[in-house]
Design a protein. Sequence first.
Length: 255
Amino acid sequence: MPVLLQIKSFFGGIGNISIDKKSQGVTYQIQSIKDINSVIIPHFTKYPLITQKLADFLLFKSAVEIVNQKEHLTPQGIQKIINIKASLNKGLSGVLKSAALNTTPMARPSVEVPEILNPNWLAGFTTGEGCFYVSVTESKTNKIGFKVNLWFKLSQHSRDRLLFDSIIKYLRCGIMSDDGRRSAVYLTVTKLTDLLEKIIPLFDKYPIEGTKRLDFIEFKNVAKIVNDKSHLTSEGIKKIYEIKTRMNTGRNNYF
């Protein structure tokens, strides 16, 4: 919530923020065509996206232009918008697919991944798409009876595999994996030395925003405990477990 409030303020207070009480998800939406034309499109034209969302933005911009020209008030204009929507994000819903029989999806614009990433961009990307996770599981091979694992993970649509290749090259660590069921790709870093020498120093220098910044701080504290071998004691395990309960979904501080 704090990050979305900052974004809303940055855009001059336009749009609305809503909270889904069931999932505890928070959404920031701008639906006013006037605000989209005067604020959103000029911003992302001046500061282009570098993931496949750039293609989605360009398609979205084409749909907005159809509305600006009042073509959406005609059957032909509506079909043009449906053709665009068929290639936008995850495409048409099942209902719309069956209803729009004459749909020809518009070709998605080509997006090139930059060879050199901006670390400030990577911090912002991690704010939205990253996760710092700590697991504490029972282990018969450890004398203390528990095992601690730390995970830094990024996720994105599978269309952004090339972007993740570029991030791995930039970070000099990480493994990429696919989830075909969700059309998702993941970048994961679990090696303690990589976390201590590459990931943590990066986000110390280029801070993450919002509550995820708090997760990063807790994650860093656990990494220190593990590096000091204190996780091999019952006191260390107890401390890690207490920290873990304050992270990610265990945190309740939208306001």
